[in-house]
Structures are given as structure tokens and as C-alpha cells.
Design a protein around this ligand. Structure first.
Ligand SMILES: Cc1cc2nc3c(=O)[nH]c(=O)nc-3n(C[C@H](O)[C@H](O)[C@H](O)COP(=O)(O)OP(=O)(O)OC[C@H]3O[C@@H](n4cnc5c(N)ncnc54)[C@H](O)[C@@H]3O)c2cc1C
Length: 325
């Protein structure tokens, strides 16, 4: 791709970005989606809890979204945004392929990266027998022997949640703080076993996870591991605009703050989906993208109107413009 100009450039073609692009293409804006092709839920077999699409493979949902955007004249390309600079009140964007895009407005929908604890064997099972979200996977792992692998303060929250899906639950403390008196009482009352100490290895055979080996040599037999990941918003390419991901108040990771309508602190740049809302599932990410798309269109409607009035007044009274552009 050489240099092109568009009304809106959407960075990231997951649920948030494609949903924003669909709104914008239907609003008759020229829209380009640039997508690196690494959606967060790629390892999962199906998207669960999404009304009307429950269980649809993630790749199929996104393929449908790309086709819908294209059917209204939007363009989706596989590429990566590597740098962004100001150009007037819009942006000049550098792509990994070497091309450049000039855009009046931008939607950041780059998602996040899940960082798992550095335990050998854990990553290999991510999205299958190693899960983070009970609403995404809880039904699929119901009634199985589950361990919550402690990573921090959020882990006890997971212990409470996953108990809803199984009565065979073990809290393996690992990096989590010592449970309080009330937390111990709750585990006792709910029949949740507590194993203190650190995990050194996840054990598996051809059929999946079989257990966790602890530092003292003991093996905790389990088939499923629930783990709260550290979530890192993917926003590096926008640091040149002064946009930085900040610590989320929950301690879950780092995100890009936005206002209630998805506007970032950078004029002309909106954000939607997991890059700003770390706990957003697919439905929420898509809703945020749709809202941001509509808000971007409104911003352009106002800019187009102001420009038209200015041009009109200039035509009526030739000379210096009477209103700022
Ligand atoms: C294992 C797993 C299973 C899940 N299961 C479910 C489920 O069953 N139901 C559910 O509702 N939710 C599920 N989720 C959550 C779901 O993944 C997120 O809600 C959803 O992916 C958020 O969409 P998004 O558009 O914000 O980000 P993403 O889907 O992650 O899309 C972001 C896109 O931006 C691209 N990108 C990043 N940086 C750049 C760049 N610089 N230039 C160009 N492109 C870039 C990426 O390559 C990616 O394609 C699951 C998550 C995980 C980890």
C-alpha cells in the first residue's frame, strides 16, 4: 500500500474495531481497518455468551465482520501500525509494510496481551485447560477438578467465582497473598481446599492437564487451571502522540483511559474494547466499538458543518475568513 487518505482509520480488526468500522462505513465514511491478525481469543474453540452467536469459532465471527464492513465499502487489510504522528488535526500513520495512511480521525482497538505466570507447561494449555474467565469457559469446564492458580489480589475473586461451576475446587496459592481469616472461613464453608506454596510445573499427558507439581514435590491432581492473567493494553505504537497505558485501578493490568463515549486524551483518537476495558468480553467490546464509531462520525459531522459554514461565509463576503476553520 502506498499513501492513502481516509476519514477514519481503525487500528485492530477484532470485535471492537470491526464493529466501529461497520458503523462508520454505514455512515458513508471512508474507513480503513488495519489488523495484525492476532485477536486475543484466537486459542479458543468458540465465542461463548454472545447472544445469537454462542459457540461460533472466533475466526468465523471476525470473517463475518470483515465481510459486513466490506459490503458497505470499508476496507480491511492485514498489516501493523508501527508509528503515528500528528498531521493537521488528523494523523499520519506508518504501517509495517512500508505504506502510509493519512486519517482525519482514528479508533484504537488493538486489544491486550495476557501475561501468564512463568510456570513451565502453563502456556501450552492456554485457552483450553488453562482459562481465565468463568463466563467464557465456566460452562465448558463445569464439574471438573479445577485449581485456581494464585497470581495476586484478584485470585480470591476467581476462587469465589469458579466455585459456582464446580464443587471440586482447590486454591493453589503460588503468588497470591495469604488468605485472610474471613477468606479461610469462606473456603472451609464452601468446601474449597487451600494449598499454600509455589507451583514449579504443570503436569500433562496426551489427554490434557493432570496436575500441578509444587516446590515441595507434592502433586495436586487437577484437570483445569484457572488463572488471572496480567493484562497489558497494546498501545505502544501511539506513544508518540503522548498516549500511554496506565495502571488499572483493579490491579488487573494496564489500560488506555477513555471518557464515557470512548474518547482518549488525544484529540481525534477514540479507543474501544480490551485496550481500554480489560474485562470486556466480545459483546461489550463490539458495543464499545459501535459507540465509538458513532461518536467519531458525529465529530466529523460537526467538523464538516463548521467548515461548510466557513466556506459559505467566505463566498458571501470575499476576503479573510470571518470564522476560524
Ligand atoms: C482464551 C480466551 C477465550 C475467550 N473466550 C471468550 C468467550 O468465549 N466469549 C467472550 O465474549 N469473550 C471471550 N474472550 C475475550 C475476548 O477475547 C475479548 O473480549 C475480545 O477479543 C476483545 O476484542 P478487541 O477487539 O478489543 O481485541 P482483540 O480481539 O484482541 O483484537 C485486537 C486486534 O488488534 C490487532 N492489533 C494489535 N496491535 C495492532 C497494531 N499495532 N496494528 C494493527 N493491528 C493491531 C490484533 O492483532 C488483533 O487482531 C476470551 C479471551 C481469551 C484470552
Amino acid at each position: 500500500m502506498d499513501e492513502i487518505e481516509v476519514d477514519v482509520m481503525v487500528v485492530g480488526g477484532g470485535a471492537a474495531g470491526l464493529s466501529g468500522a461497520l458503523m462508520l462505513a454505514r455512515a458513508r465514511r471512508t474507513v480503513l481497518v488495519v489488523d495484525g491478525g492476532q485477536p486475543r481469543n484466537a486459542p479458543a474453540e468458540g465465542v461463548h455468551g454472545l447472544l445469537g452467536h454462542d459457540g461460533l469459532p472466533p475466526g468465523e465471527l471476525l470473517a463475518r465482520g470483515r465481510a459486513e464492513v466490506a459490503s458497505y465499502g470499508g476496507t480491511v487489510v492485514k498489516d501493523t501500525v508501527v508509528g503515528v504522528a500528528r498531521e493537521g488535526d488528523g494523523f499520519r500513520v506508518a504501517l509495517g509494510s512500508g505504506g502510509e495512511v493519512v486519517a482525519r480521525r482514528m479508533l484504537l482497538a488493538t486489544g491486550l496481551v495476557d501475561r501468564l505466570p512463568d510456570v513451565p507447561g502453563l502456556m501450552e494449555h492456554w485457552g483450553h485447560d488453562v482459562v481465565h474467565c468463568p463466563y467464557c469457559h465456566g460452562w465448558e469446564v463445569r464439574d471438573r477438578p479445577i485449581a485456581v492458580l494464585g497470581t495476586g489480589a484478584m485470585s480470591f475473586h476467581q476462587v469465589q467465582l469458579f466455585r459456582q461451576w464446580t464443587d471440586d475446587l482447590v486454591f493453589v496459592q503460588h503468588d497470591a497473598p495469604d488468605p485472610t481469616r474471613d477468606e479461610r472461613l469462606l473456603m472451609e464453608a464452601r468446601g474449597i481446599r487451600h494449598v499454600s506454596g509455589r507451583v514449579v510445573e504443570v503436569l500433562a499427558d496426551g489427554g490434557g492437564i493432570t496436575g500441578l507439581r509444587m516446590a515441595d514435590g507434592q502433586v495436586v491432581e487437577r484437570a483445569v487451571i484457572a488463572v488471572a492473567t496480567q493484562m497489558e493494553a497494546r498501545a505502544e505504537a501511539f506513544s508518540s502522540l503522548g498516549l500511554v497505558a496506565v495502571d488499572h485501578p483493579s490491579g488487573m493490568g494496564r489500560h488506555v483511559p477513555v471518557d464515557a463515549q470512548g474518547r482518549t486524551q488525544v484529540e481525534g483518537l477514540w479507543a474501544a474494547g480490551n485496550v481500554t476495558d480489560l474485562s470486556a468480553q466480545v459483546g461489550m467490546a463490539a458495543a464499545q466499538g459501535a459507540q465509538a464509531g458513532a461518536m467519531i462520525n458525529m465529530d466529523l459531522v460537526l467538523a464538516d458543518g463548521a467548515r461548510a459554514v466557513n466556506d459559505h461565509l467566505v463566498r458571501l463576503a470575499p476576503g479573510p475568513s470571518v470564522r476560524p476553520a
